[in-house]
Write a protein that binds this ligand. Structure first.
Ligand code: AMP
Ligand code: MG
Length: 419
C-alpha cells in the first residue's frame, strides 16, 4: 500500500516553507532569454534547432529520369510483346546519368538508359533490363510496357515553394539531404549554449591532485561539464573556486562575457561558508529556495548581469539529480528545444521506495524487464554523497509529494536518464 502524508514538518523544515519542483523549474525557465540565431554550414547544424522556415526554390526531381537501368521506349511499340513472341527493336544509343546530349527516341527504336539518366525525348517508359534480352545493338522485350513506368517525374518529391523544413525543427540527417538537394547550404539555427560550470568549496582539490586530510576531489565540476555536454551545451569550467567572496565575485566577473548560463555547485545552503546566494545577489539577483524534493532541497535561481544562474547543492547526488530536474531543461530551452523534459516510463517498484513527507523523492533505480513490465530496483543505499548510486542508475523513480512510501509491486513513474 502507498502510504500518504498528513499535516506537519519534514526533516526539520516546515512544509509551508517548501517550493514545489514545478514552481522552481518555472522560475528558472522564465529567466531563460531567447537565444540569438547564428548562420552555419548545413552539416555543422545537425541536431540544432532551425530559426527559419525554408521553402524550396526548385522542384525535385528537376527533370524526367529513369528509375531503373533498362531501355527507354515508346510504350505503344510493345503492346504485343510476350514471353513466347518477344518484340525485337534496334538500340540507337545509350544515356547515362549526367549526360546532356540526348538521342531522340522515335517509334520502333529504343535507347539503353541508366538509373538517374534523363529520359530522352520521344520515350515514354523505361523497361528494366531484367525483363529483356539485354542486347546492345538489338533487344528483345518479353512484356508490354505502360506509359510512365519507371519514369520519375519532375516535382514528385518537392515542388517549388513547398516548405521543406520549419522553424523550431531540429535538423536531422534526412533534412540535411533535402536541403542539400534543394541547393540550401547554410542555415540559421540556435547555437549550442555556452554553460559555465563553477564548483566552489575550500575542501576541493582537482581530480588529478591527491587530497590531504579533509580534502576531496572535485567530482561535481567534471560531472556537471559532462552533463552539460550530454544535454547539448558547450561546457566551460571556472576551475575550483574557494569559499571566499572575492574569489567567487572574480569567477563570475571573468566568465559572464562568454556564458549563456552559469551552473554552480556548493555553498548554496545555510552553512557559515555558504556565500553563493549573497555573491550572486550582489552581482544581479538571487533567490534561495527550499525545494520540496529529496535529494536536492537547497537551490538557487538568479542571474549575474543578464546571465541566468542555477545554483545546485554540493552533495554529488543532489547536484546530479537537481541538474536533471532543473538545469537540463534550462539548457534545452536555450537551444530552442520544445522537448525540455526527459521521457518517463511506468514501472513497478521492485523494492519499497520511500521519501520524506511533503517532498518528491527521486530514487536512483535500475530498470529490468519482467513479463512485459519494467521493474524499478533501487541501485543501493541512497545517501546523497554516494556517487556509485547514480553511476548504476537507468532512471530516477519518483515518489510523489503526497506519499512517503511506494510498496513492492505498486506503480511508479521513472524519469529516464537516457533519451
Ligand atoms: P555544500 O553544498 O557546499 O554545503 O556541500 C555539501 C557537500 O557536498 C559537502 O560534503 C561537500 O564536500 C560536497 N561537495 C561540494 N562540492 C563538491 C564538489 N565539487 N565535488 C564533490 N563534492 C562536493
Ligand atoms: Mg561547501
Amino acid at each position: 500500500m502507498t502510504r500518504f502524508v498528513g499535516q506537519g514538518r519534514t526533516e526539520g523544515t516546515d512544509a509551508a516553507e517548501l517550493v514545489s519542483v514545478e514552481d522552481h523549474l518555472a522560475g528558472i525557465l522564465e529567466g531563460i532569454p531567447e537565444a540569438e540565431p547564428i548562420e552555419l554550414r548545413l552539416v555543422d547544424a545537425l541536431g540544432l534547432v532551425l530559426a527559419d522556415d525554408i521553402s524550396s526554390e526548385v522542384e525535385l526531381p528537376a527533370f524526367h529520369n529513369a528509375a531503373m537501368d533498362g531501355y527507354a521506349v515508346v510504350a505503344g511499340d510493345l503492346v504485343d510483346a510476350t514471353q513466347e513472341a518477344p518484340t525485337a527493336l534496334p538500340v540507337i544509343g545509350e544515356v547515362a546519368a549526367g549526360m546532356q546530349e540526348l538521342p531522340v527516341v522515335s517509334s520502333g527504336r529504343v535507347v539503353r538508359i541508366m538509373t538517374g539518366a534523363p529520359i530522352p525525348p520521344g520515350a515514354d517508359a523505361v523497361v528494366p533490363v531484367e525483363l529483356t534480352s539485354g542486347g546492345r545493338a538489338q533487344v528483345a522485350f518479353h512484356t508490354p510496357a505502360e506509359v510512365g513506368q519507371n519514369v520519375r517525374g519532375p516535382g514528385e518529391d518537392i515542388q517549388v515553394g513547398s516548405p521543406i523544413v520549419t522553424a523550431g525543427r531540429r535538423l536531422s540527417p534526412a533534412d540535411v539531404a533535402l536541403l542539400a538537394a534543394s541547393g540550401v547550404t547554410r542555415v540559421r539555427c540556435l547555437p549550442p549554449p555556452r554553460v559555465v560550470v563553477l564548483s566552489s568549496g575550500d575542501e576541493l582539490v582537482r581530480a588529478e591532485d591527491v587530497p590531504s586530510t579533509g580534502q576531496i576531489r572535485d567530482s561535481n565540476g567534471p560531472m556537471l561539464a559532462a552533463l552539460v555536454r550530454a544535454a547539448g551545451g558547450v561546457p566551460f569550467s571556472t576551475g575550483i573556486v574557494r569559499d571566499d567572496r572575492k574569489a567567487l565575485m572574480h569567477a563570475f566577473d571573468t566568465n559572464t562575457g562568454h556564458a549563456d548560463l552559469f551552473v554552480c555547485t556548493g555553498g548554496a545552503s545555510a552553512g557559515t561558508r555558504d556565500l553563493m546566494p549573497d555573491v550572486i545577489a550582489s552581482l544581479g539577483e538571487s533567490h534561495s529556495v527550499k525545494v520540496a524534493m529529496k535529494p536536492g532541497m537547497p537551490q538557487i535561481r538568479g542571474r549575474v548581469g543578464q546571465v541566468p544562474v542555477i545554483g545546485l547543492p554540493g552533495n554529488p547526488v543532489s547536484a546530479f539529480v537537481s541538474f536533471e530536474v532543473f538545469a537540463r531543461p534550462a539548457i534545452r530551452r536555450l537551444q530552442g528545444r520544445r522537448d525540455v523534459a526527459r521521457p518517463t516510463v511506468r514501472a513497478v517498484a521492485g523494492e519499497e521506495l520511500t521519501a520524506p513527507p511533503h517532498k518528491r523523492g527521486y530514487t536512483r533505480v535500475r530498470l529490468a524487464r519482467d513479463e512485459g513490465r519494467w521493474v524499478a530496483h533501487p541501485t543501493g543505499p541512497q545517501g546523497s554523497h554516494l556517487i556509485s548510486s547514480i553511476s548504476r542508475a537507468d532512471g530516477l523513480a519518483v515518489v510523489p509529494e503526497d506519499a512517503v512510501e511506494i510498496a513492492v509491486g505498486e506503480q511508479v513513474v521513472v524519469h529516464l536518464l537516457v533519451d
